[in-house]
Design a protein around this ligand. Structure first.
Ligand code: FES
Length: 73
């Protein structure tokens, strides 16, 4: 099964998305990276926006989906 992105309607504000994959509140950071080399991906939205957040971990434009998941078999 392909991994589709998280599609979120977000209000303006600052968001921290999980980069380590261990958060229990994906796609958001819950602090589970502490003690590792990972840091969350910070995103600042100046206005409300619909975003696609990568779930497959292969995007080259993290934390956003860049369509790479479509090439994963
Ligand atoms: S979910 Fe689309 S590139 Fe990862």
């Amino acid at each position: 099964m392909k991994q589709e992105p998280f599609v979120l309607d977000l209000a303006a504000g600052t968001y921290y998305f999980c980069a380590c994959g261990k958060s229990k509140n994906l796609p958001y950071c819950d602090g589970s990276h502490k003690g590792s080399d990972f840091t969350p991906d910070q995103v600042e939205l100046k206005e409300a926006k619909k975003v696609g957040i990568c779930r497959c971990g292969k995007s080259k434009n993290r934390p956003f989906c860049d369509g790479t998941h479509l090439t994963i078999k």
